[in-house]
Design a protein. Structure first.
Length: 127
């Protein structure tokens, strides 16, 4: 069994833990530590993790720099920076990166309350 391949039954699609009812997360923070996006599952097993997908919407009439704190708050190692275009539809921010061991993803933006994050998690966990 150790050589078995994973398949679609090995994960559950979940909402971001910082989301209420699967709705968008408004980035209220304008500095570190950022607004909570997601807390990964607590397992450290090699075959258990959260695969996270995040898209951003900018509701303002100016481009806004967004910083995602990926698993920690140390700059630059844990920071992912992207500028979200003004009044844009969805802009990809995290295209399926992995976190585990209770690591936390947070975000802050150059302007508070104008970036809204949407996404989901594929939780790979031995059930």
């Amino acid at each position: 069994m150790p050589n078995e391949m994973r398949d679609y039954r090995d994960y559950q699609k979940r909402k971001l833990s910082g989301s209420s009812d699967g709705r968008g997360i408004v980035v209220a923070a304008d500095s570190s530590p950022g607004t909570l996006i997601h807390t990964a599952l607590s397992s450290v097993a090699a075959n258990e993790w959260d695969e996270i997908f995040i898209q951003a919407v900018n509701t303002s009439d100016s481009a806004v720099k967004l910083t995602v704190e990926w698993g920690g708050t140390d700059s630059p190692g844990d920071h992912i920076e992207v500028t979200i275009p003004a009044e844009s539809g969805f802009s990809e921010v995290i295209p399926g990166h992995v976190l585990q061991n209770g690591a936390i993803a947070r975000a802050f933006a150059a302007a508070a309350d104008v970036i809204v994050l949407h996404g989901y998690v594929n939780r790979y966990q031995h059930i």
